[in-house]
Design a protein around this ligand. Structure first.
Ligand code: NOJ
Length: 547
């Protein structure tokens, strides 16, 4: 069994590792070119073999797929592309038999415009669901009621001829924003969540959870004092506003408390996706007190910036602000350029892949790994003609969207489509990915995949890494140097070279350290001199209480 049982340890999720599966691109078993639930079930042994605990499934619900499942038409059914409820039940049963927990992705903020709720709401200004979405009259000059912008480009308001009003959408025009000020909307979501909890899911990811509520007075946002480029690309004007009124509203706290109360009935856990002007603040606010979300992640490590100072600041500031809340640190996911490319200035190497895994698994917080990171996959170069992501199509060519991190998992180096499908994949298998497919890496003890397995297994034996305090040390860029401690146990020192040049530096702490060299990390220490090759790392153990 992989995980700590939730019965033994109520905080088991703090010590866990999350693995994100993007179902469209994991494994296709029916040859339609799109991954499916049966494919995930088929590869649960692989996932369990990594040593992770929780499998987060990106949305597989009924959807018109304009945003590839993040636009939901029916919260309580599986899209036929992915299978059916029976397939989901089989997936959960097998996961549980392997000691894995299943986390679904709840996209509450908005629905698809094909959802029955929206069809009804848009019919008239006085139907029973007329107030389920965010509707507003035009200004006297016909313009939208305020300056709110959509993350995916343009105004957040779309004119609807049936009601002769605007409706709000934070993302695509086809993703109308629900009105959480209406208690019926909140209840409908809680009911849908209960449907899945009763089916055996162990957790939920709360998509875009800062967007649930909007300012009832519809006040315009002021300009941003500092342009936000962490949550959106720098060619997106969305980052030019201070998002005071279109998201992060105080009413969300009470709603998250209702969600938590329901999750607690089932012993289920939650992770929130936080994208806001001060994401560390919302991560702290939403996770402290033990009565809202269990953990939250932001886009703060999904950035191109990867200096040691940046990483240190995120983790350190979160811990300073958070009291008893909890972070999850993501360095890659289905919304960001793959880290192997993003943090290597486009020159990914297996050494970098291992370094990033080791670093992510050493930070304080629950790590969330994205499918393919264990292989060190680089960002795929998807040509404009094959682009699927509407976000990328709008902002091309300066921003290419999210297709490059969503291409199929390569399973077999020599099989057609790298073993992902017997048909035509919905996104091309990236040329360089076949050579680093799972079967190739399986047979290479030095591969990122085998390193990930070893490191995860070792981490499980090190309470310092799963629940220890963290302190950082000054080291020359690009070295991230830290120590993890649990009372009464030896401390763990770690130094990560985030750059492509060798580094050597003096670290007084290292003088007393015994190298933890069983993992095959390429760094070394002689007395206080730590030497790290390009993208190298060194780990050492120091006696408890050594200063
Ligand atoms: C956040 C999800 O991670 C992203 O993929 C999606 O497009 C937006 N929310 C809208 O649901």
């Amino acid at each position: 069994m992989n995980q700590t049982s939730k019965n033994d340890n109520p905080n088991w999720w703090r010590e866990a590792i999350i693995y994100q599966v993007y179902p469209r691109s994991f494994l296709d078993t029916n040859g339609d070119g799109v991954g499916d639930l049966a494919g995930i079930t088929d590869r649960l042994d692989y996932i369990a073999g990594l040593g992770v605990d929780i499998v987060w499934l990106s949305p597989f619900f009924k959807s018109p797929m304009k945003d590839f499942g993040y636009d939901i038409e029916d919260y309580c059914d599986v899209d036929p592309l992915f299978g059916n409820l029976g397939d989901f039940d089989r997936l959960v049963a097998k996961a549980h038999s392997l000691g894995l927990k299943i986390m679904i992705d709840q996209v509450m903020s908005h629905t698809a415009d094909t959802h029955a709720w929206f069809n009804e709401s848009r019919k008239s200004r006085d139907n029973p669901k007329s107030d389920w979405y965010v509707w507003a009259d035009p200004l006297p000059d016909g313009c939208p009621p305020n300056n709110w912008l959509s993350v995916f480009g343009g105004s957040a308001w779309q004119w609807d001829t049936r009601r002769k009003q605007y409706y709000m959408h934070n993302f695509l025009v086809s993703q109308p924003q629900l009105n959480f000020h209406n208690p019926e909307v909140q209840q409908a979501h809680l009911d849908a969540q209960r449907f899945w909890l009763e089916r055996g899911v162990d957790g939920v990811r709360m998509d875009a959870c800062v967007f649930h509520f909007h300012d009832r007075q519809l006040r315009s946002n002021p300009p941003a004092l500092v342009r936000d480029t962490s949550t959106v690309t720098d060619v997106n004007p969305y980052g030019m506003q201070a998002h005071l009124y279109d998201k992060t509203q105080p009413e969300n706290i009470a709603f998250l408390q209702r969600v938590r109360a329901q999750l607690d009935e089932f012993g289920a856990v939650s992770i929130g996706e936080v994208s806001s002007d001060d994401a560390l603040e919302q991560m702290a606010e939403y996770t402290e007190g033990g009565d809202k979300l269990h953990m939250a992640y932001s886009f703060n490590l999904l950035t191109p910036v990867h200096t040691a100072a940046h990483i240190r600041t995120q983790v350190e500031e979160f811990n300073e602000r958070v009291k008893d809340g909890w972070a999850s640190w993501s360095v890659s996911n289905h919304d960001a350029i793959r880290v192997a490319t993003r943090w290597s200035d486009g020159k990914p190497t297996p050494a970098l892949a291992k370094l990033v895994l080791a670093m992510q698994l050493t930070l304080k917080g629950t790590p969330c790994l994205y499918q393919g990171e264990e292989l060190g996959l680089e960002e795929a170069d998807v040509p404009f003609e094959l682009l699927q992501d509407p976000y990328g199509i709008t902002f091309w060519p300066e921003f290419k969207g999210r297709d490059g991190c969503r291409t199929p998992m390569p399973w077999q180096a020599s099989a057609p489509q790298a073993g992902f499908t017997s048909g035509q994949p919905w996104l091309p298998v990236a040329g360089p990915h076949a050579a680093v497919a799972v079967d190739r890496q399986d047979s290479d003890p030095d591969s990122p995949l085998n390193f990930a397995r070893r490191f995860i297994a070792w981490r499980r034996t090190m309470p310092q890494l799963t629940r220890g305090e963290i302190v950082f040390f000054d080291a020359p860029e690009p070295v991230l140097a830290l120590r993890r401690d649990v009372d009464g146990m030896d401390g763990v020192l770690a130094a990560f070279n985030l750059g492509p040049e060798p580094v050597s530096f003096d670290w007084a702490e290292a003088a007393q350290a015994r190298a933890l060299d069983t993992l095959g990390l390429p760094g070394s220490a002689a007395a206080s001199r730590v030497t790290l090759p390009p993208y190298g790392a060194w780990l050492g153990s120091v006696p408890a209480n050594a200063e």
